[in-house]
Design a protein around this ligand. Structure first.
Ligand SMILES: [Zn+2]
Length: 281
């Protein structure tokens, strides 16, 4: 077997928007957790540069307007920048959803100088309406769903969750899904969060997370042999010292394997779509 594994390092640069929008926080202490994202992002940029790697950054419009110079630096380093909404909120209506998507696009085009072709839903809250919007606005891919692990697939329009019968799978559309999973996401593992919904303990040991993240890579590489390994990280989370050492170690471990290519999600989606044209099977 000749393994052929693509690795997508993805960074959701939520920064302050997560706390202001997602958690409705108003205390300076809570909001400043997102401010730390600036420190984390700079560390990540240095790490990626030292290894000659390009990554995919999903950036809310709010972050781009708050830290424009940093976003310009990310774009200038050759990284891909994807749409991650504006203020990391769940839209209140289909019209609101479309307006947020457009707003995010406009801000990123203005500041990063690139029109996003990838989307990740803030807080993994993708709606069925959004599938139609991604088609309408010409997005190449999405990375918000968990219907697979290592293999991309086409998104579907018209899925229906019914109480009185089986789930109805809609028709495939032109947008590629590159799945993510909470298990390969730094936020649930590491972040301590208290909210009205309860407490998220977080604060995992980096060695425990390394074991999980490496385990999925090892399975993909040694058993499946072909596919996409996607890590979802947040500069304000992975940017802490002990976690940076962990991700450095993991990147170097993965990079020692023959047949592994680090790529942006746009590159992965483009290649996958070419090999699996919709309706061509
Ligand atoms: Zn996010």
């Amino acid at each position: 077997m000749n393994p052929n594994v693509m690795v997508c390092l993805t960074f959701d640069f939520d920064a302050l928007s997560l706390w202001i929008g997602g958690f409705r926080a108003r205390s300076l202490s809570a909001i400043s957790r997102g401010e730390f994202g600036r420190v984390g992002a700079e560390r990540i940029l240095d790490l990626l540069q030292s290894r000659g790697l390009r990554a995919t950054w999903f950036v809310p419009g709010h972050t781009a307007e708050t830290f424009p110079t940093l976003i310009e630096r990310i774009a200038a380093a050759g990284h891909e920048i994807g749409n991650h909404g504006y203020l990391h909120t769940h839209p209140k209506s289909p019209e609101d959803e479309e307006q947020i998507l457009q707003h995010g696009n406009a801000v990123l085009e203005r500041i990063a100088g690139q029109r996003p072709i990838g989307f990740r839903s803030p807080g993994a809250g993708l709606s069925s309406n959004m599938v139609g919007l991604l088609v309408k606005y010409g997005f190449l891919y999405d990375s918000s769903l968990m219907g697979g692990d290592f293999l991309p697939y086409y998104m579907r329009a018209g899925d229906e969750a019914r109480d009185d019968g089986p789930y109805v799978f809609g028709n495939e559309v032109e947008v590629v899904e590159i799945p993510f999973t909470w298990g390969l996401d730094d936020f649930p593992a590491f972040e301590y969060v208290t909210s009205r919904g309860g407490i998220q303990q977080g604060l995992a040991s980096p060695s425990a997370v390394y074991e999980i993240w490496r385990g999925d890579f090892d399975y993909l590489y040694s058993r499946a042999g072909e596919g996409v390994y996607t890590l979802t990280m947040h500069p304000q989370v992975i940017g802490r010292g002990h976690r940076m050492l962990m991700i450095e170690r993991l990147i170097d471990y993965i990079g020692r394997h023959r047949g592994v290519t680090f790529a942006t999600m746009a590159e992965v989606a483009t290649a996958w779509k070419r090999a699996h044209p919709l309706g061509g099977r």
